[in-house]
Ligand binder design. Structure first.
Ligand code: N2P
Length: 349
């Protein structure tokens, strides 16, 4: 009896480990490089189940840090989610490969405003994923009736504890807007003024640090800061958890950016990556993602499935990509080096 039980146990162990090996071998892996907190984990589970795949996610907090990591060459991902303005830089750096439209029939679901955008004519490389404006979020129980202006950050007020996005174009852009310039300025003088303003702002007693959108949301919820620059969706997620967390769009104007799914040149699994893009562009899946992340969807077919509160949030998500006061971040050509240098200086001081 004992011997039988032993044999049975051994046989079972062999069977279990063999099936484990088979399952492991059959499973494909998809490596996704994406902004933090920018995907519904339940959608990932469904994709894994449907395609017998394993999705590995790695995150970043700015386009520039994403680009630096990809240019460094060490990391291999199938997909990334860059914003509009950085896509042509990625194309020139030979980091992207074409999206084969025949493998992504759900491209048809993208609303016409977001189809074939200037930054990627014909959707050769990219499919719009989600978009958002950048806002200021604050704790209404700590800051009473703040001016609806970037002055809450860049002005002389020194008691408010605040954080800024760890994102060069967002921070330099907000300073430029506060000073009355375009957030795509290429003027050396204007950029020098923006740099000096950020350095001065960093020296304020209330400045807590730079962080990603989700980090700033969590600091606001934990009461570690009273106010912060934030991507609207991350702010709205926080507002769902604490009704004292409120958002406004500064009257001087702000950035709006469309983030896109792209397949990377050295993707280990190009076919699976395209299956993923197509899956994400499904109408119901697209709505589930936005209902979870609180970002706006460029997926026209998904809109009917959006939570009504999100759908009606026109203040944060204007129906046209650029509404009054909003400005798209653009590729600034040779001035990019100036922005990079300013960011290095700002972070170093
Ligand atoms: C997600 C941030 C994505 C928005 N946390 C940046 N455009």
């Amino acid at each position: 009896m004992k011997k039988l039980a032993f044999q049975f146990t051994v046989a079972l162990a062999v069977a279990v480990s063999a099936s484990h090996v088979v399952a492991q071998g059959a499973k494909q892996t998809l490596r996704l490089f994406i902004w933090s907190d920018y995907m519904d984990p339940a959608v990932i589970k469904d994709f894994e189940k449907k395609f017998g795949a394993n999705v590995v996610i790695d995150t970043y907090e700015s386009n520039e840090s994403m680009l630096a990591k990809l240019q460094g060459g060490g990391a291999r991902y199938d997909l990334a989610v860059p914003s509009d303005y950085i896509i042509q830089t990625m194309v020139k750096s030979n980091l992207l490969q074409e999206l084969r439209a025949k493998n992504v029939p759900n491209l048809k679901n993208i609303a016409s405003t977001f189809k074939s955008p200037k930054y990627d004519p014909g959707n050769k490389y990219s499919a719009a994923y989600q978009y958002s404006a950048t806002a200021v979020a604050y704790r209404a129980d700590k800051v009473k009736n703040p001016a609806q202006s970037w002055s809450v950050i860049f002005g002389s007020e020194d008691k408010i504890r605040f954080a800024l996005l760890d994102d060069p174009r967002e921070v330099i852009g907000a300073a430029l807007k506060y000073l009355g310039y375009s957030l795509n300025s290429t003027s050396t003088q204007e950029l020098a003024k923006a740099r000096d303003l950020i350095v001065k702002t960093k020296a304020k007693k209330g400045f807590v640090g730079f962080d990603g959108g989700p980090g700033i949301r969590n600091k606001l919820l934990a009461g570690e800061i009273d106010l912060g620059q934030i991507y609207a969706g991350d702010g709205l997620q926080g507002a769902q958890e604490n009704k004292n967390l409120k958002l406004f769009i500064p009257k001087e104007g702000t950035t709006i950016s469309v983030d896109n799914l792209v397949v990377l040149k050295n993707a280990p699994n190009r076919d699976l990556a395209e299956k993923f893009v197509n899956f994400i562009l499904d109408a119901k899946v697209g709505a589930r993602i936005s209902n979870y992340t609180q970002y706006a969807t460029p997926n026209g077919a998904a809109r009917q499935y959006l939570d009504p509160a999100l759908k009606s949030n026109q203040a944060l998500y204007p129906p046209a990509v650029v509404a009054k006061g909003f400005e798209n971040i653009r590729e600034v050509g040779s001035a990019t080096r100036l922005y990079d240098r300013i960011w290095t200086q700002v972070k170093a001081r």
